[in-house]
Structure formats: structure tokens, C-alpha cells
Design a protein around this ligand. Structure first.
Ligand code: HEM
Length: 259
């Protein structure tokens, strides 16, 4: 709530939903995952994926040649105990993650995600694990789900939520497809993040859907901290007083090998 969600939707949005309550995500009996979240808004993460990552610094971290950079996946690469991509399910030593690339330990090694915008890394257009003839492109799969689930356009969602609608000039590239004024929600949310927030976080429509569902699910869960003890703060040791971050959790878990 106070790290990942704030980074994803912005602190003002998190504060607003916590302090002033949810406006749109409601349930009668049990909380549920709305399709606007699962089929569109929360698939924003597809745009953050980089084609390759430095997963491990190797035996001599200062030497860039010992660092392990690999594509996230490439179906055509041979399988085996240590394939030349980052597919999971293998235990070779170089496949253990050095977290310093992914979280900021203050050592200058952290690398940012790709921005949230309407560009996707090429590897995601050739997904592994799907039978030949099946749709291999993640973008195409997301957009087909938009149709099969009958999702509202981004413009309809913004209107229903009484939020500013993205100016048509920002969707000019969709004119030839006639989707510039009824844009698939997933694409709209990515464009909104790119235009309104320079791709660093979600914009007003995407951010509100993600924030309300994340916080709503916690509020609807009788065992969550928000229900049991909303003022609770983590009690484990942390590097800085009164804050507790993923880096603290990883250190506490003993999984951060010194470089
Ligand atoms: C390498 C990284 C990733 C790959 C290869 C991947 C791939 C996929 C695939 C193949 C689907 C099913 C598509 C369909 O047929 O509808 C999917 C669904 C989904 N993905 Fe990803 N994804 C990745 C990362 C992420 C990230 C980072 C997020 C969010 C932060 C995310 C959120 C979702 C959501 C919410 C769904 C829908 C789940 C559901 O409806 O049950 N994905 N992803």
C-alpha cells in the first residue's frame, strides 16, 4: 500500500482512497476482481517489462563480463539446466536473483523499469508456451479479451468516473482504426500514463481503478491489516527509522548477497 501502490498510482491517489473512501469499486456480498482491473488496468505491467534483465552479478560483480544479462525468454533457445534466457524453474547458480538491480539499496545498482506507455518490448509479441496457431502476441491477447469481456472504452470509463477524458490529439494514431474516441481500456490506460505522467505511474483512470481495487480487496478481507489494525506499521528492523521498504524485507529475509 505505501510503497508499490504509491509508486504505481501516486501517493495522493492512495491517500485519497484511504481517507475519503472508494467511489466506484463496491460489492454486495463478497469482494471480487472487476474485469476493468484484470482485463485492462492491472495489465499495465505488461508495458513495464524490459526485454532483458541483469539477473545476477556473477562471481566478480565489478567485472561487467561476469554479470548475467539475459532476455526474459526466447522460445527458440535450447532448454537445459541453465538456458540462455530467464525462463523459470531452473536452479543453476547464475539464475539466483541479485536484488540490487531491482530495488534501490543506495549502491547505484538499481535500474528502472520500462516506462508505462503504449510501447511493449518485442519479446512480448512472441510469447512462449502457446501452441502454434494460438495468438502469440500479448498485446493482441489483451485486446481480444477487451472484446470478449465487452469492456467499456477508456472514454466511457473516464466519463462514468467523472474523470477528465484524454484529449483526442493524444489518440490521433488510432484515427485510421476509428478507435480514437472509443479506445480499448487497456490501451487507453497506457496512453494516459504516458501522456499524463511521462510513463512513471498510472494516470487518473488507470490509477483510480488500481488503487480502489487494491485497497478495496484489503478492506473487504477480514484478516487484512487494514481491517484488523489499520494503524499498524511494520515492526521488523529497517535501515531508516519509521519507514519499512522492500529492501528492508529482502535484507531481513537474508537473500541479499553482498556485491
Ligand atoms: C514477462 C512478464 C509477463 C508476461 C510474459 C505476461 C503474460 C501474460 C499472459 C500471457 C496473460 C494472459 C493473456 C490472456 O490471454 O488474456 C497475462 C495476463 C495478465 N497479466 Fe501478465 N504478463 C507479464 C507481466 C505482468 C505484470 C508485470 C503484470 C502487472 C503488474 C501483469 C498483469 C496481468 C494481469 C492482471 C493479467 C490478467 C489475469 C487474469 O485475468 O486472470 N502481467 N499476462
Amino acid at each position: 500500500v505505501h510503497e508499490f501502490l504509491e509508486k504505481t498510482v501516486g501517493k495522493p491517489m492512495v491517500d485519497d482512497v484511504l481517507d475519503d473512501g472508494r467511489k466506484f469499486y463496491k460489492w454486495r456480498n463478497q469482494p471480487f476482481i472487476p474485469v476493468e482491473f484484470s482485463v485492462a488496468a492491472y495489465r499495465f505491467g505488461h508495458s513495464q517489462v524490459r526485454p532483458s534483465y541483469r539477473s545476477n552479478f556473477g562471481p566478480t560483480p565489478a567485472d561487467v563480463n561476469s554479470q548475467v544479462f539475459k532476455l526474459i525468454f526466447k522460445d527458440s533457445l535450447p532448454d537445459g539446466p541453465d538456458p540462455n534466457d530467464l525462463r523459470g524453474g531452473k536452479r543453476a547458480p547464475t539464475r539466483f536473483i541479485d536484488w540490487q538491480t531491482f530495488f534501490d539499496f543506495g549502491d547505484g545498482n538499481v535500474r528502472p523499469n520500462k516506462k508505462i506507455d503504449t510501447k511493449l518490448s518485442t519479446v512480448l509479441f512472441d510469447l512462449p508456451g502457446f501452441a502454434p496457431g494460438d495468438v502469440q502476441s500479448l498485446a493482441q491477447r489483451n485486446l481480444l479479451r477487451h472484446l470478449t469481456f465487452g469492456l467499456p472504452s477508456g472514454q466511457s470509463a473516464a466519463k462514468a468516473m467523472k474523470l477528465p477524458i484524454l484529449d483526442a490529439v493524444h489518440l490521433n494514431d488510432l484515427k485510421p482504426l476509428n478507435l480514437h474516441d472509443r479506445t480499448p481500456l487497456w490501451f487507453y490506460i497506457l496512453r494516459e500514463a504516458g501522456v499524463e505522467e511521462d510513463g512513471k505511474q498510472l494516470g487518473p483512470v488507470g490509477g483510480r481503478i488500481v488503487a480502489e481495487v487494491f485497497i478495496g480487496l484489503l478492506q473487504g478481507d477480514a484478516l487484512s491489516y487494514l481491517k484488523q489494525d489499520p494503524g499498524w506499521t511494520p515492526t521488523l528492523p529497517s535501515a531508516a527509522a519509521n519507514t519499512f521498504e522492500m529492501t528492508d524485507l529482502l535484507r531481513f529475509a537474508g537473500v541479499v548477497a553482498p556485491l
